[in-house]
Design a protein around this ligand. Structure first.
Ligand code: FAD
Length: 383
């Protein structure tokens, strides 16, 4: 396969950022090939493997607006007006994000969003290639090797764009060719997802239009609503210590922990023991790079460039902003190396600031949202 003309771009990874970027580029006249290691979720069902739903905020929504898909996305999303704090001693309190429903965030299913963006990218003319995993790159010859079901492909590229997530294979290939100044900080906490099914009457079992939080100091639960009337609960806990994943060895131990510290959630999660045993424990890390591009031949964006911990709910939102930024730098009449450098100069400080806020927000979410003095101070800051 050959794609060497200078209006052609090859994207690696069709998760959240890949299809949005493909859509924006195709609309601006670029020829785009987008390779994804997984099968087509529209045929095989979604196999994302982590965080079933996501908080979509104004930053991300604005990018979707630029691509003209915001209305379709919001049709499948559930509005979250604020945090519903569940106190240890019982009772709950809604802390609104803004003064009215113009200042809200949205809960959206990762699978639904992925499929919607793939459909839109394909309709705009992006060539999608599923079951094709980037294996290696020869930057001198400008050939990328993809493997998967069927024939392996040697793909001649003009430039590669890495939207292949935190474990990016393109980043690994770039690191073999140049020093990107990579640093990874693994958090001493991990997460596990559980499910609150619909009520017997088919409705939600708790207030639907809120992001629920059970803050308990160094550990916490959150729950986001799904449009099929379920909630995805995420338990965040230290890896080691008296209350930790190590100390909570199985579903029965988890049930004991929940009965003590998240008592009002226990009747809502009928399959707690099963979910805890069956679902994987996910690790959390922050990725820092000093450089995001290799001259005009390759550039990284989204989690591949700046993976972050999820406590500010901004990883996807930030990845979507990257897409708009990169597409607009590429629209200016300049060579690819200059466009990639300008993109990096604009977005790298921004991503670093959001990464720092995400780490800081863990303390606020797990420890301070039920602290009356802290809340009063926050209220005063807002005025
Ligand atoms: P991804 O969505 O990870 O997509 C990467 C794609 O590349 C995948 O489809 C993968 O299969 C593919 N791929 C990987 N390797 C290869 C290869 N070698 N060849 C071809 N394809 C490949 N963000 C928010 O904004 N709001 C939230 O509420 C939120 N909650 C989160 C909760 C948790 C528990 C976690 C872990 C993250 C959360 N995030 C949230 C962050 C968000 O999930 C990521 O920032 C977002 O998915 C990044 O998008 P991406 O397109 O860069 O990467």
């Amino acid at each position: 396969m050959s794609a060497t003309d200078d209006r052609h771009l090859t994207l690696v990874g069709a998760g959240l950022a890949g299809p949005l970027l493909g859509l924006l580029l195709a609309r601006r006249g670029w020829r785009v090939d987008l390779f994804e290691r997984r099968g087509d979720p529209r045929v095989h069902g979604y196999a994302g493997g982590r965080s079933i739903n996501l908080a979509l905020a104004e930053r991300g929504l604005n990018a979707l607006r630029t691509a003209g898909v915001d209305a379709d996305v919001l049709k499948q999303a559930v509005m979250m007006r604020g945090r519903m704090v569940h106190f240890r001693e019982g009772g709950e309190q809604l802390q609104r994000y803004g003064r009215d429903d113009s200042e809200v965030i949205w809960s959206i299913s990762r699978g639904d969003l992925n499929i919607l963006l793939l459909d839109a990218a394909e309709a705009a003319g992006v060539n999608l290639h599923f079951d094709r995993r980037l294996e290696s790159v020869d930057f001198d010859a400008q050939i990328a090797h993809f493997v998967g079901e069927g024939e392996d492909i040697a793909h001649r590229f003009n430039a590669l764009i890495g939207s292949d997530g935190a474990g990016s294979s393109l980043r690994a290939a770039m690191l073999r060719a140049t020093d990107l100044g990579e640093r990874v900080e693994v958090m001493p906490h991990s997460y596990k997802e559980l499910e609150i099914p619909p009520a017997l009457d088919g409705g939600f079992r708790m207030e639907a239009n809120a992001l629920h939080i059970w803050p308990r100091g160094d550990y916490m639960c959150i729950a986001l609503p799904n449009d099929e009337r379920t909630f995805t609960v995420t338990l965040f806990m230290p890896n080691e210590g008296p209350i930790s994943f190590e100390a909570t060895a199985d579903g029965h131990a988890a049930k004991t922990l929940f009965e003590r510290d998240f008592a009002d959630a226990v009747p809502l999660i009928p399959n707690l023991v099963h979910d805890y045993d069956a679902n994987p424990t996910g690790m959390l890390a922050t990725l820092y790079l000093d450089r995001w591009h290799l001259d005009g031949r390759a550039v990284l964006l989204g989690d591949a460039a700046h993976a972050m911990v999820p406590f500010h709910g901004q990883g996807m939102n930030c990845a979507f902003e990257d897409c708009v930024s990169l597409a607009s730098h590429l629209a200016l009449d300049r060579d690819l190396a200059s466009a990639f450098a300008a993109f990096e100069a604009e977005r790298r400080p921004n991503a670093a600031a959001i990464q720092a806020m995400a780490l800081e927000n863990y303390r606020e979410m797990s420890d301070r949202v039920d602290d009356a003095d802290f809340l009063l101070q926050r209220q005063l800051e807002r005025q």
